[in-house]
Design a protein around this ligand. Structure first.
Ligand code: FAD
Length: 485
């Protein structure tokens, strides 16, 4: 990961001096990786009384965890209907409930008292790029009634009243979902874990592990550690300690930018206060610092400097909100997410005392918290619920070929989403034109009914057509509209 990523400077946020592991150490649990996953596990386990050492190769939040938007929602990347199909309704419901508990773990930690300036605010809007009114109703029913999740369906007009674009149609509003300052949260988590007694060693890459005995050995360049449990929370960068595990993840780098201040006009165009995500997972944005847009969208399957994507973010904003014109991007950041082949995270015990928590994709906030709760409770209380993830095996992600395929699938996915969006907008325009035509026809019929019509010689009058419902529903037609026909 490039050190040029914008991340919160450690001293500015009142953080600690970095400590490197330079002496041999014993602990109950050794966590590899100080991202959201590793730190959530460390915090939960240390609160339950375990001794925990976290080993981080670079620094806290170095990768995605310190370079993300901080939106916290229930659920997983895998659509709920697919989850039910795969593991059945009861288990899907239990996993969903656990994912909500993960979100509540974040909410409980991200208080202003624990993390000054974390800026928690409620409400997330998921918008569709296509007109899916019918599907929306069944999804709302399922979430509300079967999955006990507070959601509200928004009609197209309501969505467009708060987001001035014809790109979005219906929406699902999650009033209990929320957002925090994503780049601060991971540092706040580290501070909480430290305060609770966890030891976090940075600049300490793990180069190998021996997980065969009861006491497992962890080797770093300058010291060794022994622990009863090892948790692999290194995401795509885990590397040498268990390379085969890294190969089960498809790395996808995602980039975001923040605009220069846009002034009052941005509130007229983006009046929704929380985060907005589209249902195809392409755009994700919200207003920050009063009048700036924070926007994530471009993705690659290779590492690149986020600065390179400032233009792409600006163009994407112009595509969705052309009224904003060319916006200047003053800050860029990004990181690598690990995506699994099946879309579900990797959470569980690989062999006795060897645990894994990774593969959170674009939705790491709630799921890494859930992983932290599950793994800490499994280790310390014997909670076996991690087995709910057993149907989702560690599937090889295809190596370099997989990355190339992933990039192509990503491009194809974006292109087909764009095509579906264009089609939906075309259909919408066609419907409006149809209604206008019907209205003009009805008007002509009414006019014809008001007096005798002169017909050309030899033409017999036709019977009047029955009244048409569409004509009654028609929107008023302005002169300009009829001229443009
Ligand atoms: C631009 C962007 C926006 C996002 N927005 C959101 C959002 O709004 N909401 C949301 O829920 N999710 C979001 N995500 C996704 C989320 O950030 C990730 O899913 C999550 O951060 C993954 O956390 P992690 O702990 O698994 O991995 P990482 O953040 O990658 O942390 C793993 C750590 O392990 C360390 N490590 C690896 N190997 C070793 C080793 N051998 N020895 C020692 N240390 C090692 C690495 O240095 C790294 O620091 C976003 C991601 C990006 C990139």
């Amino acid at each position: 990961m490039s050190e040029t990523f914008t991340s919160v400077p450690q001293d500015e946020a009142g953080f600690h001096e970095r400590e490197r592991l330079s002496f041999d150490l014993d602990a109950d649990i050794c966590v590899i990786g100080a991202g959201l996953a590793g730190l959530s596990i460390a915090l939960e386990a240390v609160r339950f009384g375990a001794s925990v050492a976290v080993l981080e190769g670079r620094h806290v939040g170095w990768n995605a965890s310190g370079n993300q938007l901080g939106t916290v929602m229930p659920g997983f990347a895998l659509p709920l209907t697919d989850l039910i199909e795969r593991i059945g309704f009861e288990d899907a419901r239990e996993l969903w409930t656990l994912s909500k508990a993960g979100a509540e773990f974040v909410r409980a930690n991200a208080t202003e008292e624990n993390m000054p300036g974390i800026g928690l605010s409620d409400g997330v809007l998921e918008v569709s790029n296509v007109d899916v009114g019918d599907r929306l109703i069944s999804r709302l029913q399922m979430l509300n009634e079967d999955f006990d999740t507070e959601v509200e369906g928004w009609q197209v007009d309501r969505v467009r009243a708060v987001l001035k674009t014809d790109r979005y149609f219906h929406g699902i509003h999650y009033p209990r979902a929320f957002q925090v300052d994503g780049r601060k949260y991971v540092h706040g988590l580290a501070a909480l874990a430290r305060r609770a007694g966890a030891r976090i060693f940075e600049d300490t890459p793990v180069v190998s592990i021996d997980h065969s005995g009861i006491r497992k050995r962890i080797v770093t360049p300058s010291a060794r550690l022994r622990a009863t449990h090892i948790v692999l929370a290194g995401n795509i960068h885990l590397g040498a300690p268990l390379r085969r595990l890294s190969e089960t993840l498809l790395p996808v780098w995602r980039y975001a930018g923040i605009t220069a201040p846009l002034g009052e006009r941005v509130h007229e165009i983006v009046a929704f206060k929380g985060s907005v995500l589209d249902s195809d997972g392409i755009d994700h944005f919200r207003i920050v610092d009063g009048d700036r847009l924070m926007w994530a969208s471009p993705e690659t399957t290779w590492a690149a400097r986020p600065q390179r994507f400032a233009g792409a973010v600006s163009r994407r904003i112009r595509t969705i909100f052309p009224q904003l014109g060319n916006v200047e991007i003053t800050d860029t950041f990004g990181g690598a997410t690990g995506q699994t082949v099946h879309g579900m995270p990797q959470i569980g015990q690989l062999r006795k005392g060897l645990w894994v928590a990774s593969g959170f994709g674009r939705q790491g906030m709630n799921i890494s918290a859930m992983a932290g709760q599950m793994i800490a409770r499994s280790i310390l209380w014997g909670d076996e619920r991690w087995r709910l993830f057993s149907p989702f095996e560690l599937v090889w992600a295809g190596g370099t070929t997989g990355r190339v395929a992933g990039q192509l699938v990503g491009i194809w996915g974006r292109a087909s989403s764009a095509a579906a969006g264009s089609l939906a907008r075309y259909r919408e325009r066609a419907r409006v034109k149809d209604r206008e035509r019907e209205a003009r026809l009805a008007e002509a019929n009414r006019a014809a009914g008001t007096g005798p019509r002169r017909l050309p010689p030899g033409v017999r009058p036709r019977p009047a057509p029955p009244p048409r419902a569409a004509a009654q529903d028609a929107e008023p037609v302005s002169h300009e509209d009829s001229v443009s026909q």
